[in-house]
Design a protein around this ligand. Structure first.
Ligand code: SF4
Length: 418
């Protein structure tokens, strides 16, 4: 264990942009609104990614800025002011408005930070206007959440109090379960970022110990550290063992007795290991190739190898933050090939040459690979599914055994027809 081979690759990429994260962020903070400043392409992406939500009263929208030259920028500012004004008149319940930048050149010309500052002056505390970029040039889809959370950090009140701060969006029931375990361990004050209401921001200061729930929060972790918080080093809470180590690291930071940690976690671990057995049977020995997209790839590879017995061919990550990822990298089997960045053509050549049993990839690559007889799992599904924590380990394994089961059925049917 502990000797991953790290390489870099550059070239054409095939990933979703940071706008996609609005799909889970708007569910988390119902009093916030995400206004994409973008083109019709951005509007299509966000509506189709959000699926059914377009039929409900949405908490996101797109201010579409058509082609304009620099001389037309004054009009763009007026147009944006008008859209924001209409929106806030129609939706007085909005408490935080995120202006989300995108990559069309006409949007890049606008300084959204200054627009946000101007609007904050105008609305005088009735609503807080923030901005971040979801541009496909700068971000992959999970980095949108990093940008949104980073924008919230300066608004967090100062506090010296000792507390555990969970950072990263989780499904509410999963988060409740994790908080409940931390409470049983004796941690008195536990807060979350993002909060469930955008105005209910947790405090921050030298007494705050941050436990990241998601591995794509590089910028947020940095600004939390700048505010005096300590980032707890741990593998990410995917799988029973990863979640155990994650919780143990928090318990150690709060000086909780090992015996209490063991007696609290052991029954959960016993149950999780038993629930994992049928999936381990299905997945063990199967060869896995992870293409870069969600930034969850390294902890997933660690879980699928160490707890499910899969053989890792290659782990792609959009970018590698060594500091945050080291605990997971240390748990990968020796010489696991980890490639940062992407040259999609070369990666697809390697996928075809290695003929894996399963490829984790973006939606755009899944269909062509399936057509070639290679089973796939969409990485975006992992961001929408409740997969964190000891209790969720078997659900996480099930997500990977499902496409293999489907392939078995197809092969069986084809054989029966011969
Ligand atoms: S931000 Fe860029 S990549 Fe994303 S939908 Fe808009 S145009 Fe496309």
């Amino acid at each position: 264990m502990g000797g991953a081979t790290l390489l870099k690759e550059t070239g054409p990429r095939e990933v979703f942009c940071g706008l996609t994260s609005i799909v889970w962020l708007h569910r988390r903070m119902p009093d916030a609104f995400f206004l994409v400043v973008g083109s019709r392409t951005c509007a299509h992406l966000i509506q189709s990614a959000a699926g059914v939500m377009i039929f409900a009263e949405p908490r996101f929208g797109t201010a579409i800025l058509e082609e304009r030259d620099l001389a037309g920028l004054a009009d763009a500012h007026q147009e944006l002011d008008r859209v924001v004004n209409d929106l806030l008149n129609r939706r007085p319940e909005i408490r935080t408005l995120f202006l989300v930048g995108s990559c069309p050149s006409e949007v890049i010309k606008i300084d959204l930070a200054r627009v946000a500052e101007r609007l904050n002056g105008f609305y005088q505390g009735r609503v807080t206007v923030l901005n971040y970029s979801g541009s496909g040039i700068e971000t992959t889809f999970t980095q949108g959440e990093d940008g949104a959370l980073k924008a919230l950090v300066p608004l967090m009140p100062e506090s010296q109090e000792e507390q555990l701060l969970l950072v990263g969006t989780l499904a509410n029931p999963v988060e409740d379960r994790l908080i409940n375990i931390f409470k049983r361990l004796g941690i008195k004050k536990i807060a979350s970022l993002p909060p469930r209401e955008s105005i209910d921001l947790p405090s921050i200061g030298p007494g705050t110990k941050v436990l990241l729930t998601q591995p794509y929060l590089t910028d947020t972790a940095r600004v939390l550290k700048d505010r005096g918080a300590e980032i707890i080093k741990a593998p990410f809470p995917l799988g029973a063992e990863g979640s155990r180590l994650w919780m143990e690291a928090a318990a150690k930071a709060f000086r909780i007795e090992e015996a209490l940690v063991k007696s609290t976690l052991e029954p959960l671990l016993t149950r999780a290991r038993k629930a994992l057995e049928p999936y381990r049977e299905k997945l063990s020995g199967k060869r896995l190739f992870l293409l870069p997209e969600s930034q969850l790839e390294i902890p997933l590879a660690r879980f699928l190898h160490n707890e499910c017995g899969m053989k890792i061919i290659e782990v792609g990550v959009p970018y590698l933050n060594r500091e945050l990822m080291q605990p997971d990298l240390d748990l990968l089997p020796d010489e696991t090939l980890v490639i940062e960045g992407q040259h999609v053509e070369k990666q697809l050549d390697r996928v075809r040459a290695s003929q894996p049993d399963l490829v984790v990839c973006g939606m755009g690559l899944a269909n062509p690979l399936e057509a070639e007889g290679i089973s796939t799992k969409w990485s975006i599904e992992l961001v929408f599914s409740p997969i964190h924590g000891i209790d969720q380990a078997s659900d996480l394994a099930e997500l990977f055994s499902r496409p293999l089961h489907r392939r078995d059925l197809i092969n069986h049917k084809s054989l029966a027809q011969v």
